[in-house]
Design a protein around this ligand. Structure first.
Ligand code: SF4
Length: 481
């Protein structure tokens, strides 16, 4: 299915409309996406080349049922190599999904036990200088823009921390001009007062800037490559620093060199061929794990979602059973990597996949700016003490254990895939009047499918006989100074 990315142009000035049309229709009007911009650090690293070579030679339709059986046998012995992984991502593996899920669950249990890590994202700004055609925050979309002041940030953080959450992922949109590194650093310092673990999902920066942000309290960074296919990437990221494919690719390595403890990776599934994007994501992790064995690596698995002013965008052909296949293959190939399942997915899918392959889940999610107080209060925020009391209630725990004891991996796999359909379906550089400031909360980046509060997700994890974990790491100032 072809995507319809075009958004309403009527709010743009005639100059901006012309520029936008040019970018969309005339590739010659766009900059070279493989050329670094001024100020972008160039790393001497061969990982990009290795990943691209593997993508180019990956003929997933050539894998047979026998290849998949061999891969499963190797995975059973704990030796899932690159060739095995390629077979498990291929169409030939889909009929083996239940066996893959059973093996993945075993692997998950061996390395993560029954722990499910919980965090919440906090969007502190939604200004963006880029034109990514599939994203609600893109610089040409007519939305309410907002950047939280320190007082507003602190109010949001307090509401989130009061709910019991200890890990936060702060996001900004991608505007250096509006949300500069200093602003993000101050946000990290503030967040340290309220949270034990702080992640960032911001525009890629240079090694020294990652070092600075780490000193301010950030522990890990996540950068989505969106698609690892540079040719496709070029057609989707039409303007701004994000257009530079290799600079984005090396962001995790720069972050690790800057001292970050962990890094996160992802392709946005549905933008391009998911077989090659899933392969590239996992190989990106695989090669970096070998180069930086001390680092924590995690993978996210978002699919396309509708955005504000365009509800036609949907996952291309990444059905839930395919998403389940990809996640099981990730788990078998990268047994030590954390896997995060996004609130873009429905509660039913998320509850199933955390038993099989995923290890981390967001809760109490809002992708708007400055609206946690309103949303959390609507859910009648309860502190973790009372959550703990409620889950310690014996009747509830018994129910949870019974449910977990009755559920086989095959049941969970079926729960994940039972419909098999697509049922769920900057101003500095733009300066064209497309960015609408508003005194109230900023608009959301994309639609979310799982709206459950922190308490509801915490309870749902316990009800499956699993252990919600709020944090297992302490950032110690002494260590870093
Ligand atoms: S995906 Fe990120 S960089 Fe692209 S428009 Fe959205 S917020 Fe901006």
């Amino acid at each position: 299915m072809e995507q319809e990315y075009t958004i309403d142009n009527s709010y743009l000035s005639p100059e901006a409309q012309k520029r936008k049309k040019d970018l969309e229709e005339n590739p010659a009007s766009r900059t070279n996406h493989m050329e670094y911009m001024d100020g972008m650090e160039v790393l001497d690293s061969d990982i990009k080349d290795k990943v691209r070579a593997a993508m180019q030679s990956y003929d997933y339709n050539a894998y047979t049922d026998a290849d998949v059986r061999t891969a499963l046998a190797n995975a059973k012995q704990g030796h899932c190599g690159i060739e095995d992984f390629k077979a498990l991502l291929s169409p030939a593996a889909l009929p083996h999904l239940e066996e893959m899920a059973a093996l993945a669950q075993k692997e998950r249990l061996a390395h993560f036990g029954d722990c499910v890590y919980i965090f919440t994202p906090l969007y502190i700004a939604n200004y963006c200088e880029n034109y990514c055609v599939y994203c609600g925050f893109n610089c040409y979309n007519h939305i309410h823009r907002k950047k939280l002041t320190e007082a507003e940030m602190e109010a949001e953080m307090k509401v989130i921390a009061d709910s019991g959450i200890e890990e936060i992922l702060m996001l900004t949109g991608e505007s250096r001009a509006v949300s500069d590194v200093k602003y993000i650093g101050e946000a990290c310092k503030l967040a340290r007062k309220y949270f034990r673990n702080i992640g960032l999902e911001i525009y890629p920066v240079n090694t020294d800037e990652y070092h600075y942000l780490h000193e301010c309290g950030a522990d890990y960074i996540t950068v989505f490559q969106e698609t690892y296919n540079p040719d496709k990437y070029e057609t989707l990221h039409l303007m701004g620093h994000k257009r530079v494919w290799p600079y984005r690719f090396d962001a995790q390595e720069r972050a690790l060199r800057g001292g970050m403890r962990g890094v996160g990776f992802s392709a946005l599934l549905g933008l391009d061929d998911y077989h090659t994007d899933a392969l590239a994501t996992a190989l990106h992790v695989y090669y970096l794990q070998r180069k930086y064995p001390h680092a924590e690596m995690s993978i996210s698995c978002p699919r396309l979602r509708p955005i504000i002013n365009n509800d036609k965008i949907n996952p291309k052909d990444v059905h839930e059973n395919v998403l389940c296949q990809i996640l099981c293959a990730y788990r078998l190939f990268l047994p030590f990597a954390a896997i995060t399942v996004s609130s873009r997915e429905e509660a039913r899918f998320r509850d199933g996949i955390i038993r099989i392959a995923a290890t981390k889940i967001s809760a109490g999610v809002s992708t708007g700016i400055g609206d946690h107080k309103e949303k959390y209060e609507a859910h009648e925020v309860t502190k973790i003490d009372s959550v703990q009391k409620s889950v310690n209630n014996s009747a509830q725990t018994d129910d949870g254990l019974a449910c977990a004891n009755n559920g086989s991996p095959a049941d969970a796999a079926r729960a994940c895939v039972n419909d098999g359909s697509q049922a769920d379906a900057a101003h500095a550089c733009v300066n064209d009047g497309s960015q609408v400031d508003a005194a109230d909360a900023g608009d959301e980046q994309f639609e979310i499918a799982d709206n459950r509060s922190f308490e509801e997700i915490y309870d749902a994890i316990r009800a499956q006989g699993m252990q919600p974990v709020l944090n297992d790491y302490l950032y110690t100032e002494e260590y870093h100074n």
